[in-house]
Design a protein around this ligand. Sequence first.
Ligand code: 5GP
Ligand code: ZN
Length: 143
Amino acid sequence: MSAPASDPSCIFCAIIRGEVPCVKIYEDDNVLAFLDLHPVRPGHTLVLPKTHAATLLELEPGSGEAVIQAMRKVGRAMRAGLGAEGFNCLQNNFAAAGQEVMHLHWHVIPRNKGDGLAFIWNPGKYADQDEMAAWAEKLGAHI
Ligand code: 5GP
Ligand code: ZN
């Protein structure tokens, strides 16, 4: 099998090539999962496609399934091995959304009730159905 497309300036590609060490949790032909160096909870794992893609927008059509199956394995292992009751799968696209490493990756984070981890999430509301429809129209024009 040929090596996955790699970006010489990308730290996660260097990890995939084995040039930078990582604490590996799972690997197959298409996906690598390793511990995040700065975990928000112990066991916090990064799951990424081996082929370089900067964001979700560059992901090759058809390659998402392998990542989802790897996240399922990791989530199952968190429940079985870490006593996690749940887990979050989070993924940032572009700096404005908090992406620091420009190689597409998912954060899989083990969770327990009362673990103290909180995501800032301030739900708002639309003025009315017309405002909702206007936002949907802006999106719909580009789908
Ligand atoms: P982002 O903000 O791009 O979604 O997340 C990048 C994550 O990668 C951060 O949580 C950071 O701790 C982690 N990270 C950055 N560089 C390395 C590295 O060299 N090795 C590992 N294991 N994690 C890294
Ligand atoms: Zn890369």
